[in-house]
Design a protein around this ligand. Structure first.
Ligand code: SAH
Length: 226
């Protein structure tokens, strides 16, 4: 999988994408992530990429030309399955969408900033707009980091125990069951007896029941299709 990210602040993405599982995915050659500075595609010597919004409202808007130029250049290198714009009014990022995106070969992500991007970018250059939640961030970089993290860990081979993503929350519309580790007792607080029994069949039944009960209690909306 190849992921290209266009941003006015690519530095913000270096740390979230440079450690742990996402770093290993890149080291193993399973994913290539390229950060691109939008200012490198500016047409003027001041590397300007934004301008005042038309109309009475205050605020700067990312211009269409540098974005078009950056995307055109990248599209010469590969064909993108998705060109994503991060936006609070986009489609909500869900595990289902992450599963879908994790099967793609080439993804391009555009991070907005200031008041957003010139709307013509959204009308003509992107295939999908994704929101990471009903709140407004200062820029799309953190949203892009969330999108990349949540899809890269689903790429086959990235997680060392490949089945572990399948037992995570939301994979089957259920929250994950609780997990515990040694010691079996701390401060008088005990790990549920069943987990120490060695009976994997009974443990699996207990986990299923816990997942169902926690979902019913914490996120009953996930069970609405039952
Ligand atoms: N004026 C816009 C918000 C701009 S915030 C509005 O009211 O809808 C600046 C940039 O941050 C956006 O262009 C977008 O790329 C990013 N961003 C902000 N909140 C986001 C969210 N919840 N999900 C994804 N991207 C977001």
């Amino acid at each position: 999988m190849r992921i290209d990210i266009i941003s006015v602040l690519p530095e913000l993405l270096e740390s979230p994408l440079g450690h742990s599982i996402i770093k290993r995915a890149q080291t193993k050659g399973l994913v290539v992530i390229n950060l691109h500075h939008l200012r490198d595609y500016s047409n003027d010597k001041h590397r300007t990429v934004d301008d005042y919004a038309f109309g009475p409202d205050a605020g700067m808007v990312l211009k269409v030309e540098p974005i078009f130029k950056a995307m055109s250049k990248l599209k010469e290198e590969c064909e993108y399955d998705e060109v994503i714009y991060t936006s609070p009014d986009g489609e909500p990022l869900t595990q289902k969408l992450c599963n879908h995106l994790s099967t793609k070969k080439n993804i391009l992500i555009l991070c907005g900033h200031y008041k957003g991007v010139d709307h013509r970018v959204r009308e003509h250059l992107v295939t999908r707009e994704i929101s990471i939640g009903d709140y407004v961030l200062s820029g799309g970089e953190l949203a892009a980091a969330v999108i990349v993290d949540s899809i890269v860990r689903l790429v086959p081979g990235v997680l060392s125990d490949e089945t572990s993503a399948l037992t995570d929350s939301f994979q089957d519309d259920l929250l994950a069951p609780p997990v515990y580790t040694r010691p079996a007792e701390f401060n008088g607080w005990k790990v549920p007896e069943i987990l120490l029994s060695g009976n994997f069949g009974e443990i699996a039944k207990w986990q299923e029941e816990q997942a169902y009960q926690r979902t019913k209690l914490l996120r009953p909306d996930l069970l609405k299709d039952e």
